[in-house]
Design a protein around this ligand. Structure first.
Ligand code: MG
Length: 254
């Protein structure tokens, strides 16, 4: 099932996306705790697709793919390295990524997003599956020059529009070995596989939930494979993950 969120005539609702028929089917309330359809459906082009969740926080993992750590001149850390992207950075599928005035180097980072389905506190990896609603695409947009200049990542990773999520949450997916790709203007830039992750989704739910409570809709961005690089205003970034779909966003000037 592909759970999405959309706005229709000023009303925001969750839905189930059916890309084959080009429709979204309205969910009664939220998808957390079970999906009940209202029976209403809309053509997908007739609504505005939003990020599939409104997370209280995005917990992002740095240096979780060996070959990306290597290209950054680092190793995978012994424990996962986490940072927060603020909820204010969330962007929708098709939404513009605003190139900040403060930066001269903005990068894409294609990442698998783990969407939490129920409150998770001190969950063990063996139990993690039941706390996960599903998986989505995340672009961990990064002002690379500011990341290098600042001691930590808050500014570099936290600009408004720097967290595109979507296009939906795939609930029926084994995340163990999925291709994960990034294209800029149609040119392949990243071509990895989730099997190359250091800490996988279940281990990350354990690690993060032993630090902070994860709420329904929170997203863990699980790190990016090698091949990161810069973008410029006018560029279109596509993050594609096998079994999920394509998250596409254009970079625009500030
Ligand atoms: Mg990242």
């Amino acid at each position: 099932m592909k759970i999405c969120r959309y706005e229709n005539a000023g009303v925001v609702a969750y839905g189930v996306a059916d890309p084959v028929h080009g429709v979204v089917r309205e969910i009664d309330g939220s998808p957390f705790g079970g999906v009940i359809l209202t029976g209403r459906e809309f053509t997908r082009t007739g609504v505005t697709m939003l990020a599939p969740v409104a997370p209280s926080k995005i917990v992002a993992i740095g240096l979780n793919y060996k070959d990306h750590a290597f290209e950054m001149g680092k190793k995978i850390p012994e424990e996962p390295m986490m940072f927060i992207k603020p909820s204010s950075a969330v962007n929708r599928p098709g939404g513009d990524i605003v190139y900040p005035a403060a930066s001269k180097r903005v990068d894409y980072e294609a990442e698998l997003g783990v969407v939490i389905g129920k409150e998770a506190r001190r969950v063990m990896a063996a139990d993690a599956r039941s706390y996960i609603l599903g998986y989505t695409c995340v672009n961990d947009v990064t002002a690379r020059d500011l990341q290098a200049r600042d001691v930590q990542y808050t500014r570099a990773k936290g600009f408004d529009t720097f967290a595109p999520i979507g296009p939906w949450i795939e609930t029926d997916l084994d995340p163990a070995a999925l291709f994960i790709r990034c294209r800029v203007n149609g040119v392949l830039k990243q071509d990895g596989n989730t099997r190359e992750m250091g800490a996988g989704p279940f281990a990350l739910v354990e690690f993060v939930s032993h630090v902070m409570t994860l709420y329904p809709g929170d997203v863990i961005a699980t790190g990016t494979p090698p091949g990161v690089g810069s973008v410029h205003p006018g560029d279109v970034i596509e993050v594609e993950i096998e079994g999920i779909g394509v998250l596409s966003n254009r970079v625009v000037p500030h």
